[in-house]
Design a protein around this ligand. Sequence first.
Ligand code: GRF
Length: 218
Amino acid sequence: MRLVVLVSGSGRNLQALLEHAAAGRLGASIAAVISNRAEAPALQRARAAGVPALCLPHGDYPSRQAFDAALAEVIDRFEPQLLAMAGFMRVLGRDFVERFEGRMLNIHPSLLPRHPGLDTHQKVLDAAEPEHGATVHFVTPEVDGGPPVIQGRIGVPPRCTAATLGDKVMREVELRIYPQAVAWFARGALVLRQGRVWFRGVPLVEPLGLDDLEEPFR
Ligand code: GRF
């Protein structure tokens, strides 16, 4: 399976995907990494792994639609079966999302539907919530609103900051659940059908969790 990854930032999730792909555990090869920011460290990670790394600065396009159309065209050149957004900080329009519907995943650092949008770790601390986590979901036109696939939960430790909590969510949840979700998709275990997630032929009634991780992803 061919995968294209969209990034904007540091690329820790991308790194996990690159490493699992190189080790043959993803069932997918990363055909390209595309950023909307030239300075994204994620691009260096892709190049270091020998993966084509491209940048389309969104500011170079006169409108959101023009950027989306250019991005879709570049992606199509690589003929991916799956598009993974990994810290891609740009909202994509309905036309783009519908074009890739059912073959586009995103990872979001919260227990969706709680805390869509930015600054999720601070929001969890401000609300004194006891638990936090991250969610991999199929992308639909509603931002952070698509059907969830897997959600990893952790307890919020006392005396943490948004930064330390974010690191914990990244290490203990994100870097595990995203490669696992991609691996499931690659082997056809995960399908979006009529707005619902089907896993191994059965519709999910709730997202999968850390207990469902297979050995290489734990
Ligand atoms: C992650 O927390 C991801 O869930 C969110 O943006 C962050 C990206 O981090 N969408 P990185 O680029 O993978 O290091």
